[in-house]
Write a protein that binds this ligand. Sequence first.
Ligand code: NAD
Length: 370
Amino acid sequence: MASNKNLLMLPGDGVGPEVMHEVKRLIDWMARRRHVSFNISEDLVGGAAIDARGTPISKDTVAAAKAADAVLFGSVGGPQWDRLGFDMRPEISILTLRRELGLFANLRPAIVLEPLVSASTLKPDVVRGLDLMIVREATGGIYFGEPRGIETLPDGQQRGFNTESYTTHEIERVARVAFDLARKRQNRVCSVEKANVMESGLLWRQVVTALREREYPDVGLSHMYADNCAMQLVRNPRQFDVIVTGNLFGDLLSDLASMLTGSLGMLPSATLGAVDASGRRHALYEPIHGSAPDIAGKGLANPLAQILSFAMLLRFSFDMNEDATMIERACTNVLASGLRTADVMAAGCAKVGTQVMGEAVIREMEKLAT
Ligand code: NAD
């Protein structure tokens, strides 16, 4: 079947190929039952690419990612590559892709599915029904700002320093992603910085406010200091719809928010680039978990984060909302039926492995399709 949807799969290492396999089976089902197809190519990244080609990501792979409409990434890394120098580590592959594809907006949903409400360390009353989206700026801020370094002072002490810096352009483009997303959700954005103590935060607040007045007057906007936001996320996370923030605060707050849901094996993410003149945008989708070397090769990994990353890909890169919603619903139904991988196991449920979980999702899709 011919397709104009070019999808590059990069399974990576550890559990990456195992959970990606379940997405492939889902795609086969979609081709048969929903008559949708993709031009799929696959390549090595991370440790697998180091072993085969001596580099965590080859130039050809980067070119293939640039040519694709969307990239579905698994996970990379493992103890066998830990002794390599920083430039040769498997994790360089994902940093390279973010840089080369200009992926500046990291989207992390934190959704508490009803069957997993007790998996959170927070009380069910606090997290039940949670559905928030954190938009983190991913290519600027203090992780990339110059000057940076470690210097030796005249008195022999050392000084480590980094620079937090944001330009109007960097703030506007990530805020646009947040406002656009909010319009498709509950229409509320909370912008997070430390404008009380940081000039970059003050500029962030001014630019987001001006952008909203100019282009998004219909979207609700509030501002919050990052420390208060951390507290509010634990106190009453349901007050948020879309949070937009810089790289450093986003790193911390998105990890915090993911744990509200209680399970790493369930969480997808997307990283988006700018829309170009032809309306095309680079995008990469991946579960937030790593390669889980402790369970790799045992068929125990939860494939749902990878499957839900694919659902995000359908929604954001291919505008296939109906299929995305169907996949999300199928995952919820499987959990509600009592099937669980070990990471989300609960009393009274049946423990299953990666493949059985993947098959159960397809069975639910079959039910939803009829
Ligand atoms: P991890 O996410 O791989 O594992 C943390 C814990 O969660 C482990 O106990 C693991 O078994 C469990 N877990 C993770 N995914 C799971 C799944 N799908 N189903 C069930 N359980 C799951 O984090 P880590 O142990 O800190 O890192 C392992 C390796 O992964 C390291 O080399 C690290 O650098 C790499 N890593 C890669 C990425 C990425 O590819 N984007 C992200 C994080 C870590």
